[in-house]
Design a protein around this ligand. Structure first.
Ligand code: AHR
Length: 331
């Protein structure tokens, strides 16, 4: 046997040993990659929407704290509200062979290709907070988050009850969340369905404020200029509602009195505005998803079955309830 062919055999044998070692480190090769760094901690790649709201900041904190607590190595990426950044981040996670990928999709559509890439790489994906509209449910293991349609419906039902004695039109303006996002689509739908119970309740203007305070303020200014009679504001989150407060006061109107204000989230600043009588009602959306997410990460990494949908428990707040709840509010 020539020296060259002996060398080839030695290299092939070594490659076999290395491959077997890396597959053992992977455990079930259907449930994750191997980052190959000799670290046996579970590695989670998480792509966050951005930092657009108080809710989002609380959600990021919850995820970072829960990962540290659970001993999970977190690779965190902030997509700055851009789908292309999230796709790039997910591709990076695939390349780095993380064990599990989780993300909160900025918009609902357009995920099939990248999710298929993760599936082909045998890296399980968990959706948190927001859903995708992919028909192929095998592209992700589970979806952990709120029922946004229900939040919109609860907001609408409260309004129907408040305005049941109204004899004339009640003009509503709506500040939508990020265009194409699940919470914007679903809250709009739930609210519209609920207010259909009273034909006096009419949405006279509806536009996106992108879930930000600045967006809420700017769009509310336009609403106020274009609509001489606004009775109600439904804002898809607290931050847009808080931005709108500035526009309403600047227009010489009293928020919470001249204009009834309904929002979603119940973050501290929103709850303070509610307790102060500037908001009138909030449908809660909890950002504290970190601990449940880490449990799911461990389970999918271990190849265990998980429920396809895990819904967050939530409530609603009136002004009186906000005063009571505020001192113990965690976010
Ligand atoms: O997806 C959850 C929503 O996103 C929150 O209601 C909003 O505040 C955030 O930006």
């Amino acid at each position: 046997m020539s020296t060259r062919s002996t060398a080839r055999r030695v290299i092939a044998a070594l490659a076999g040993v290395l491959l077997a070692g890396s597959m053992a480190a992977c455990g079930n090769s259907d449930t994750g990659g191997d980052s190959g760094d000799g670290n046996d901690k579970i590695v989670l790649g998480f792509s966050q929407v951005g930092a657009e709201s108080g809710w989002r900041t609380a959600n990021t904190t919850s995820i970072k704290e829960a990962a540290a607590e659970a001993g999970i190595e977190l690779k965190f990426d902030d997509a700055q509200q851009k789908q292309e950044n999230q796709i790039k981040a997910i591709r990076n996670f695939i390349q780095q062979k993380v064990d599990v990928i989780a993300f909160s999709p900025v918009v609902e559509s357009g995920w099939d290709t990248v999710l298929k890439e993760a599936k082909d790489a045998k890296i399980p994906v968990i959706l948190t907070d927001r859903a995708v509209d992919s028909a192929d449910k095998s592209l992700y293991k589970t979806f952990l988050g709120s029922d946004f349609v229900k939040e919109g419906r609860l907001a609408g039902e409260w309004l129907v009850e408040q305005k049941k004695a109204a004899s004339g039109p009640v003009n509503i303006v709506e500040l939508q969340g990020t265009t194409g996002s699940a919470p914007a689509n679903d809250r709009k739908k739930g609210f519209a369905e609920a207010i259909a119970a009273n034909p006096n309740l009419k949405i006279v203007a509806s536009q996106s404020g992108d879930f930000t305070r600045a967006g809420g303020k700017q769009v509310m200014e336009q609403f106020l200029k274009a609509n001489p009679k606004i009775d109600v504001l439904f804002a898809h989150n607290d931050d847009m509602g808080l931005g709108a407060l500035e526009a309403i006061s600047a227009a010489g109107k009293t928020p919470g009195k001249d204009i009834t204000i309904i929002t979603v989230d119940a973050v501290k600043d929103g709850m303070q505005a509610l307790a102060d009588g500037k908001f009138n009602f909030i449908a809660e959306c909890s950002p504290l998803l970190g601990p449940q997410l880490m449990e799911l990460v461990k389970k999918v990494k271990a190849g265990e079955e998980v429920p396809a949908r895990i819904e967050t428990e939530e409530t609603t707040f009136t002004q009186e309830q906000a005063k009571e709840a505020l001192p113990n509010r965690k976010y």
